[in-house]
Design a protein around this ligand. Structure first.
Ligand SMILES: Nc1ncnc2c1ncn2[C@@H]1O[C@H](COP(=O)(O)OP(=O)(O)O)[C@@H](O)[C@H]1O
Ligand SMILES: [Mg+2]
Length: 372
């Protein structure tokens, strides 16, 4: 066992459940997992995942974000045992899914619900019968099925569509049926593979709100994979960034996206408000200061720290002239997060004093370049 694994194991075992002081295992844990396709065959080998260590805390909404081909779907298929790791272990609620026989694997799968990008509903079945399907397969009697499915239709807001066929439903409604079906076996874990990628932004928001409600009200752990930043910043408490089969960063969403960033994370963030520099600045900016040039600074504020009074005080208290060039406020995991791009007329010494002053007031800053 390597150090990274030992570290994550130790951490996960001592982390108490909120309020109880009782240690709890994560809902999902990847221990040094690699997955290769075509290994041993004659064709070329594809490394889909490499040395993945990942923790999905119990009760969390955890997101995995990465570009197409990064290994996201493979990762999720390892959780429900559809694929087996080439090396390493995948634990679901403390159980290693790779070593289970068919019978025990079926039982673990019943405790995991899954939703898909293209909903995967059966067109010949009504909304009710689609939701009932996993229960029929599990051999549950009609009366119990009726008792389970009716409240699920209500939960997803589609009681009136009970007898409609998929072709009579909108994309968002189909995904609601998909979600109800995933919940039918009363799982403890819900997996989502790009569940909102085929939906328009407004419908995406309503589906994300539904997933959030399910997480909060039913206490279900949600593991979702997506290539959309919007999804992560709206509902994920924890995030892992995956690139080329490797997890390059993971942690609380707010920290990962406001903290020290891997270049893949930076690229994913580029759509976020305030990350893009205006073209007029980009084209004029240089890496080195020239006499009389202005410093371009990105000031980041997290949570409740207000920037503008602090910037005003750079002028009044330190005598440094500040111009605001661009800026925006956004929200990540429910907390405000903002960035301002400012220019300062300051020499090296004044710049240091300005940045120290901002840091003392909880505002981090980064020198982007210089303009004349
Ligand atoms: N069954 C398979 N056989 C061979 N290669 C595969 C298989 N499944 C996935 N891959 C490869 O593994 C890599 C990761 O794929 P995938 O997990 O689907 O990525 P993502 O979901 O992030 O787009 C890709 O290079 C893909 O071509
Ligand atoms: Mg995929």
């Amino acid at each position: 066992m390597n150090m990274a694994v030992m570290h994550s194991r130790a951490q996960s075992q001592i982390e108490p459940q909120p309020g109880t002081g009782v240690p709890t295992t994560p809902m999902v844990e990847f221990q040094n997992v690699s997955k290769r396709f075509g290994a041993g065959g004659t064709g070329t080998e594809v490394v889909a995942l490499e040395a993945v260590n990942l923790i999905v805390p119990r009760g969390s909404v955890t997101g995995i974000i990465g570009r197409s081909g990064a290994g996201k779907s493979t990762l999720i298929r390892l959780v429900n045992g559809l694929e087996k790791p080439t090396s390493g272990h995948v634990l679901v609620d403390g159980t290693d899914v790779a070593v289970l026989d068919e019978k025990n694997l079926r039982s673990v799968r019943r405790s995991i619900g899954m939703i898909f990008q293209h909903f995967n509903l059966l067109s010949s079945r009504t909304a009710f019968d689609n939701i009932a399907l996993p229960l029929e397969i599990a051999g549950i009697d009609k009366q119990t099925i009726e008792k389970r499915v009716t409240p699920l239709l209500d939960l997803v807001g589609l009681s009136d569509k009970r007898n409609r066929y998929p072709s009579e439903l909108s994309g968002g409604q189909k995904q609601r049926i998909g979600i109800a079906r995933a919940l039918a076996t009363e799982p403890k874990l819900l997996l989502s593979d790009e569940a909102t990628s085929a939906l328009d932004p407004e419908t995406t928001r309503s589906i994300l709100a539904l997933l959030q409600k399910i997480n909060r009200e039913l206490g279900l752990t949600v593991l979702l994979i997506t290539h959309e930043m919007e999804v992560i910043k709206t509902i994920a408490h924890h995030v892992a960034v995956i690139d080329g089969g490797r997890i390059v960063e993971q942690g609380p969403t707010f920290d990962v996206f406001t903290g020290h960033k891997h270049e893949t994370t930076q690229a994913l963030l580029s759509g976020l408000a305030g990350m893009h520099l205006p073209e007029f600045l980009m084209s004029r900016m240089t890496d080195v200061a020239a006499p009389g040039s202005r410093v371009i600074l990105r000031v980041v504020f997290k949570g409740e720290n207000a920037t503008e009074p602090m910037l005003a005080r750079l002028g009044s208290d330190l005598g440094i002239e500040v111009n605001i060039m661009a800026g925006a406020v956004d929200e990540i995991a429910g907390r405000p997060f903002g960035m301002l791009v400012v220019s300062l007329l300051a020499d090296g010494d004044q710049l240091k004093r300005a940045r120290d002053f901002l840091a003392d007031h909880g505002l981090s800053s980064e020198v982007l370049g210089y303009v004349r």
